[in-house]
Every structure is written in C-alpha cells, then in structure tokens.
Design a protein around this ligand. Sequence first.
Ligand code: NAD
Length: 497
Amino acid sequence: MTPPGEVARVLERARQAQAEWAQKPLRERCALLRRLREVMFARRQEIAEVITREAGKPRVESLLSEVMLILDTADYYARKAPKMLRPERVPHHSLAVKAKSAWLQYEPWGVLGVISPWNYPISIPIGVLIPAIVAGNAVVLKPSELTAWCGALVGELFEQAGLPAGVLQIIQGKGDVGAALIEGGPDKVIFTGSVATGRRVAEACARKLIPCVLELGGKDAMIVLADADLEIASSAAVWGSFTNCGQACLSVERLYVEQSVAEKFTQICVAKTRKLKVGRGLDGDTEIGPMIRAGQVTRVEEQLRDAVARGARVRTGGARRTELGDCFFEPTVVTGVDHSMLLMQEETFGPVMAICPVVDAAEAVRLANDSAFGLGATVWTRSARRGREIAGQLKVGTVMVNDVASYFAICEAPHGGRGASGWGRTHSKHGLLELVQVKYVDVDRLPRVPKSWWYGYSEELGVAADRFLEMLFAPTFRERLGSARGALKTLFRGHRI
Ligand code: NAD
C-alpha cells in the first residue's frame, strides 16, 4: 500500500525521470518496446496465470484478451510511433500565409496519472503505458486494489525491459490513493473505471484544470436482423455476453432481435448457454469463471429481481453456484424485458443476456440509442451495406458488423465512448495523440518584411484591408484579381511605427 502522503514524492521523482526520458531518441524508446515485447512473450504463461488467479477469468481469456493484446500493442507502437510522432509539415491553404513554413510537433505531456480497473488488469494499463512511455512521458500507475498483484507485475515487466527507474512507478491502494494522485497534479489523467468514480475523477481534475481521458462503463447493444446467420450470431451473443463473466465494458448487455427470428434465436442462445462450464479459471475447460467479488453478484441479482418483478422471464440461469463459492453465478438468459427495467438501463457487468424482440431495424436502432451509455454496439446481417447503414445511426464510439468486442484487440481501432461512457480515446493513433501535446511551430520565410497589421492604422489601411478580403474571398476570380493590386500595394507599403 502506498500512503497517500507519499504520492507527491512519487510525482516529483517521475518529473525528474521524465526530463531525461524525453531526451532519449525515439528509436531508443521504440527499442524499449521491442525488449518489453520479448520479456512479456517469455513470461506469457506466468502473466496469464497471475491474471487468472487474481481476477478469476479462464486461462484462455487471460492469454487471448490480455497477453495477446499487450504483445501486439508493443509491436504496433514500436513500428508505428516513429511515423505517428514525426513532426508534420503543415501545408497552408490560405494565400494570406503562403510566406510561412510550419510544422506540428508532438511533445509529451510530462507526467501522466493512469488509474485502472480490475477487469482487464494487465491489458488496460499496459495498453495505455506503451504509447504513453514511447511518446516520452513518465507515468504513475494506480492499479485497482482488487488486482494489486497484476499491478506490481506491470512495473516488473517494464523494469526487466530496461525502462529507467522513475519513468514508471506503481502506487498501490484504494480510491484515496487515486484521489491523492490527481491532487498531486499530474499533467494529464487517463482513467478507466465506473461512471460514478469517473465523475469524481472529472470533478477533481476540473478543480485543478487537469485534462483527463475517461473510459467508463457501457451497455452495449447487439442488433440481430432477420437475415443474420443465427447460428453464428447466437455464438457471438453468448460469448459477447459472458466473456470475463460479463465483466467487460464492451460486453453485450442488450439484444434487439427482429421478431420473426427472435424466439428461434433465443432458443439457440439458451441451448448454447446451458452447455457452458462454470468453474475456476485455472481449470483448463472452464468457460465462465467467478465474478470479482460478492458485491458484484448482489448487483446482478438486484437487477434480475427488478426485471422479473416487472414481467421479465429467466429462460436459463439466474442463480449463484454456491457449491463453487460466493462469486460464481450461472450464465443467464432473460426475455420479456423493456426499458423500464434496471437491467436495460444500468450497466449489469455480469453474465446476463437480455433479449428484446423488435419490429424492425428502425426500432432496434431507436432502442439501442435509448441509453445514457454510448461505448460500442454490434450489428448482425448478411448485408454489409445494411450493416454499415445501421452503424452510421448508432450513437456509440465503435460498431462492429458481424463480430463482437474483438476490436479492443485491434491496435488500429480507437477505443472510447460517448455520453456516460466517457470521453477521449485510447488505443490506435488517436489514443497516442491523447498522450502528447500538439505544438504548432511557424517559421516566417520573409523575416525582413514587417507585417502591415502591426499598427500604423489609417483610413487608407482600412480600405486596403477590405480590398485584401475581396482578393481572398470575393465570389468570382475576376473580382478577386481586380482587388489584388490595390490590396497588395497598400498592405506591403512598409511598416510605419
Ligand atoms: P472503479 O471505478 O470502482 O475503480 C477504478 C479505479 O479507480 C480503481 O483503481 C479505483 O481504486 C480507483 N478509484 C476509486 N475511487 C477513486 C477516486 N475518488 N479517485 C481516483 N481513483 C479512484 O471501477 P472498477 O470496478 O475497478 O471497474 C469496473 C468499471 O470499469 C465498469 O464500470 C467498467 O465498465 C469500467 N471499464 C471501462 C472500460 C473502458 O475502456 N471504457 C474498460 C474496463 C472497465
């Protein structure tokens, strides 16, 4: 545990380390990422085991949704960061500034505060740390108190890869340590977690005018049109709803299925759900591990009770598996749901699939958009054209057509939401750009020519200024040309103060 009073010292150390780290050539920082990838690859089994022991998810998921993602992320930024961070020439469109050459430069923010959750305790923090560090920042990471062991492992992996001391520091503890991190004044905060905490983080950042990225909860909708391949779509729905025991921000939580196929689709989902093996994550054939803590199970039970009281029907599951422990809950399929229910309004974050028949795609879109959240959505149809059309109507950060959730592991895909799902992006070039400051550098090509707007105002200059606007913006070329002489003559008459 890090005493909150220690955090200021940690930040100070980060500031000193960052100053040196940012001076290293980018190729050296990219080489660090290649070494990190080697270290993580060599220790992949151990990383997966630590995740599964601490967070409970099946080992296959630890390997595929965590270890694979961080290996690929290290590879991606080691290759792409030099191009993404290279100063970018700015071609000016306006004649008024043709005599200037300019660049965009991408500079590190300095010290970043990264606060992360327990549900992807390795891939979420490392997915931010890799671009943050290659861009020349130092990071103070506050992992979830529920996965402190994974948090410590993150620090160990970077250290083994040769990251200089102080560039990444891990502080451990509960929310008070996260709050102390923000209070200590990092240059930017990257927060991933619940809406309630996100709001507190945003308020604390606002008080200190610290910018922040907020990756918050989700209530992702899956739209299944009548022409979808129901076998494939149902397998995706079952996996998308229950992976990591439903504890993923981009879990499928609401399904809107065209009514002509809704009952058939539901029956297939129920049959597939009943076959899933619930058990301990370390057992090789486990498909549904435990939830993170009993309180999380209670929340799921409350939502189910509310839904049933309002007329919903549990088609399979719906109960704890107490013989396995307090945190094991059966994967559950519910029908007869509507938007008056907590189950359709609040994030469930548990193994529950709620299926709602709809008249047509338009109703599905309307209901999908009827949510405070806006993280992701998925559309199932044999028509790629319809899929893209519907994707365009959904108010979310990401839409997958005929796949679910896997975009989180696609390095080129920006991740982030709208509304209560937060703001800003992680992953991809857009995620990297959140971790740098953009500086515009402008070099005048005519340094000996004074600018005519540097005082010496007069009636004559006013007329010339107006001619100048005509020259630039008059509707026809002839009018522009007509104004050019008068404008330029006066404007370039030389500076008079
Ligand atoms: P949480 O909000 O309880 O905690 C997240 C982190 O914030 C933890 O490290 C916690 O210690 C810290 N924290 C708590 N209070 C704080 C405070 N006042 N100031 C600063 N830090 C504080 O979330 P959780 O239960 O760990 O994670 C689950 C939530 O995260 C779900 O809502 C899920 O949807 C969301 N999530 C979102 C994404 C995404 O990318 N959008 C990804 C994963 C999880």
